[in-house]
Design a protein around this ligand. Structure first.
Ligand SMILES: [Zn+2]
Length: 236
C-alpha cells in the first residue's frame, strides 16, 4: 500500500456516501480528512463525478493547502477546509454540501433552532448561521474568508465546535465536521434531517419555540461527553 492510502480511502468512501444519502445535487459537495500528526489532508478533486471517483483521484495537500500528491486540482473549497482545520483543533473531517433544507435556512439567513430531540441528539443547541460576507472578503481570498466567518461566529457565540459540529454560511450552505469521515457525513445527514423537520414545524406553527434546557441536556449529554450512556459499551 502506498503512503496515505488509508487516508485517501477514508476520504473516498466519505465522498461516495454523500450522493448515497441524498446530500448532493450535481457536484455540490466535498469531504476532506486530516491526518493531524503528519499534517496531510486528503480532499475531493474539483468537479469530478462521485460515481467515477477513484483512490488515485483523491488529492493530498499540506496544512497550507499546497498540493503534495495527485494529478487533479483539489476542490475549489479547499481553503475553507484548511481554515476550519486550523481554527477547530479537535476535528478530523470536514463535509460541505448544498443539501436543500440546510441551504434553505442559510439562504433565509436563519440559524436552525433546536425544536426537538432529533436535533438535540446531534447538536447541542441551535446550528448557527454566519454573518453575510463583505465585498472585500468576496473579492479577496473568498474561500479562506468563508472559513474565517465560520470561526469568527463560533468565537462570538462562545461555542465549542465539538458540541455543535455544523454551521450555515449565510446565503451559501452548510459546513459540517466530525472525528472521522463517516461520522462527519452522518452529522451532515442529521443536519439535513433536522433542517427539514424545523422548516415543517415552523410552517405548521410559526410560533414553535426551541426545547428547554433540561430536554436538550438530557438528549445531547446521554450521547456525548463524559457521562454518555446511549448505545453499547466499548467491548475489548
Ligand atoms: Zn458550496
Amino acid at each position: 500500500m502506498r503512503r496515505f492510502d488509508e487516508l485517501r480511502k477514508e476520504c473516498l468512501e466519505a465522498n461516495q456516501m454523500l450522493p448515497k444519502v441524498g446530500l448532493v445535487d450535481l457536484t455540490f459537495g466535498n469531504v476532506s480528512i486530516l491526518d493531524r500528526e503528519r499534517g496531510v489532508i486528503a480532499i475531493k478533486p474539483s468537479g469530478v463525478d462521485y460515481n467515477k471517483l477513484t483512490l488515485e483521484d483523491i488529492v493530498l495537500i499540506d496544512g497550507d493547502g499546497k498540493k503534495i500528491d495527485g494529478k487533479l486540482r483539489p476542490s475549489s473549497d479547499t481553503p475553507t477546509h484548511v481554515r476550519l482545520f486550523r481554527g477547530f483543533v479537535g476535528m478530523r473531517a470536514v463535509v460541505h454540501t448544498h443539501s436543500r433544507h440546510a441551504v434553505s435556512f442559510a439562504q433565509a439567513g436563519m440559524a436552525i433552532p433546536c425544536l426537538g430531540t432529533t436535533h438535540a441528539d446531534y447538536f447541542y443547541g441551535e446550528v448557527p448561521v454566519t454573518r453575510p460576507m463583505k465585498e472585500a472578503e468576496i473579492k479577496g481570498m473568498y474561500e479562506w474568508e468563508t472559513g474565517n466567518v465560520i470561526v469568527e461566529r463560533f468565537k462570538e457565540l462562545g461555542l465549542d465546535p465539538v458540541d455543535v459540529p455544523a454551521v450555515l454560511v449565510h446565503g451559501h450552505g452548510p459546513f459540517v465536521w466530525g472525528p472521522s469521515g463517516a461520522k462527519a457525513v452522518e452529522n451532515a445527514f442529521a443536519l439535513e434531517i433536522v433542517a427539514e423537520m424545523a422548516l415543517k414545524a415552523l410552517q405548521i406553527n410559526p410560533q414553535a419555540r426551541p426545547i428547554g434546557r433540561n430536554l436538550l441536556n438530557k438528549h445531547f449529554l446521554r450521547k456525548h461527553g463524559a457521562d454518555a450512556y446511549y448505545g453499547q459499551p466499548q467491548l475489548g
